[in-house]
Design a protein around this ligand. Sequence first.
Ligand code: SF4
Length: 830
Amino acid sequence: MNGDQLKEVLSLVSRPVRYLGSEVNAIRKDLSQVRLRFCLAFPDVYEVGMSHLGIQILYHIINGIKGVACERVFAPWVDMEQVLREKKIPLTSLESSTPLHQFDILGFSLQYELCFTNVLNMLDLSHIPFLAKERDDRFPLIIAGGPTTFNPAPVADFFDAIVVGDGEEVVLEIGALALQWKEANGKKEDLLKSLSRLKGVYVPSLRQEGETVRKRIISDLNQAPFPTCPIVPYMKVVHDRLNLEIARGCRRGCRFCEAGFIHRPYRERDPKLVQKTIHASLEQTGYEEISLLSLSAGDYASIGPLLSSLMDRFESKRVAVSFPSLRIESIVGHLAGEVQRVRKTGFTIAPEAGTERLRRVINKELDEEVLFRGLTEIFSRGWRNIKLYFMMGLPTEEEEDLKGILDLSRKIASVGGRQGIHPSVNLSVSTFVPKPHTPFQWERQIPLEEMKERLQFLKDGVKRNRLHFKWQDPHLSFLEGMFSRGDRRLSRVLIEAHRLGCRFDGWSDQFRFSLWKEAFEIAGVEMDFNTQKKRLADSLPWSFIETGVKPTYLWEEYQRGLREEVSPPCPVEDCRRCGLCDGKRLRVIANRARESGSYGRIEKVVKGRQRGMKQKIRLTFTKREEMRFVSHLELVHLFHRASKRAGLSLCYSEGFHPLPRIVFARALPVGVESLREIVHIELEKRISPQEVKKRLNAVLPQGIEIVEAKEVPLLSSLTPFPSPAVYWISLDHSLSREEVIARIEKALNEKELYIDQERKGRKRKVDIRALIERMGLKGIEKGAEETGRWEVELVLRNEPGRTAKPPEIIEAILGLKGESLSRCRIIKVE
Ligand code: SF4
């Protein structure tokens, strides 16, 4: 798909910004000047993939290799897939719109079993055969990495090579080998042979019976590269913030948790390095929130001082700090107070099981007294939304444990009630899925019918307790279980499922269990063949993947769980308990905890700036080319972050969620360009309007340009219904000049012209005739005789409760729809 094809197609799909690839910090190298082309492929939609830290890390590492270009591709959403198939356009990378089959290496990130059909779909849209054995030297090398590769069996037939474990080092080694291979004009099998010698790389076609693959481990995270200029998406992605990994692995040893076991040992990043990276990254991105990532951020030894330091440094810049997971013990004390200093970013607590007995089985320590003390603190500080995570179907679970989920949730809600507040308690329940490389890898998965019964029990209980309840569809959990512990037979099932139309199976609105049933049947594989309990002697499909943790240790942990015995967390001192650490290269790395003080220089918070210092700047800007696909809300974020990157000291509103004082004159419809948009920004520190213009233009993406900046009185405001807007519209050749004139005349002769509109899910009828001040053929665009494009001028009024978008007018008056409408170029000139 070339750039022009892309532009036409983008107007036909929802959320076109997913496919632009020109985001801030995206790297666009000249592919003709590089020796190796690498494409990172994420088999889910853009907003999920761009929230994944691994993609950002690998993207910058690979692009850092001399002579190598790394681009990205995400699974096209269903509407885009339809358009690509209808128009016979292959799937292309974001940065250069290069078809995937033209890359040397295509590297898939496999985060979740239910994205496997998307992998096949992306290959299919690129005309690349699914099976590795059917791909010769004409096709790219297809590789994979990510947590699901710890059991690679279900997808082994599709990949040339599979990376197991930490990717930062091994991706450099793969890049170096691939460069040599390309320069030597070698055969694919030569490259595969050299890749199979790398630690952590599994080449399915070359592995001999009995050979094992040992996972890759970065022993010291401080030595691992971490990007300080991550890509900043235009659209709101799932984790729309600066993500920084403060630790990898977990010391706790929860027996159900795959991440905890496959990412052992626990390794922390040095807090000084964390601080430095955050500082550099905020300058490059302009983010307003930092998320400190770790499987259990509260366990980070220096979390208190680190947080104090970050808040001291960034509170004045209104940068909030959030955590994906916190243990309640860490909240008691000062963490809640620190997080609150900028914004209440919400609290999630994961008791996982409803009774203390079952929590002993799963080795999830939770002291209920500490829990209630923590909650009292949270509520007293003004938090109202609490999210709780539980699992059902855990080993040894009884009805008592399910009741325990309801009782504990109700008690949590009543803690708020005792303080005179009514918190919103959101209870999320998913079904336990036994995962490879955990102590519960031998455990049974409860049958689908049992899952439904237990879920119904909870649903009935929740109604009586007035809790907000969310649950994962048991069919999804069932399928996840099949693939988590599945074997190579499942590749046949995947091919059938894809052929039947399965895509985005992790999305409940796209998931169709009946198709999966059919796929298993056609492939001749029993649907519940691996849900049963397993024995120690059983051969497991993933047993050739070595995490370093001894299977006998996992089995002993499993037995301890069944005996309701808890095991201690990984100690910081020398330990050999599970067999992974060697006390030298591999060991737990936890920074020395500090009770007080901070890391790095502290900038004192400047509070209550003098009113006389503030100023308001009126900016006039253009929004051209592909920036027309950026929605109004996305534009607000874009200006906020650009202002921060430009070093402007924005003023913020008061309250729990302070917002920057950036006000736009009006919202421009998606797909419409503009030569003249107005925005007011309020600044805390005085600066010349020309300097504001210069600094912003240096950081704004191509297509948005400040053309004028001037200071206006602080009290001046933008009128909510500004003067009529003038649009110039280039039409495609589907209508003759005479037809255009006749249709406009007919419409203008009407007294009323009603259209159906939908805004924010509400339908209404609007008389567009009353909104049209002027409409007519403006003259023939230069060269229009040859290209068949005619230029129409449309002047539209804005009235309270009654607005219309130019595409709505074109469709109603000229009758253009779909592709004809998408080919119209609309520019707001005044
Ligand atoms: S050897 Fe000890 S410290 Fe290392 S991962 Fe295993 S249990 Fe944890």
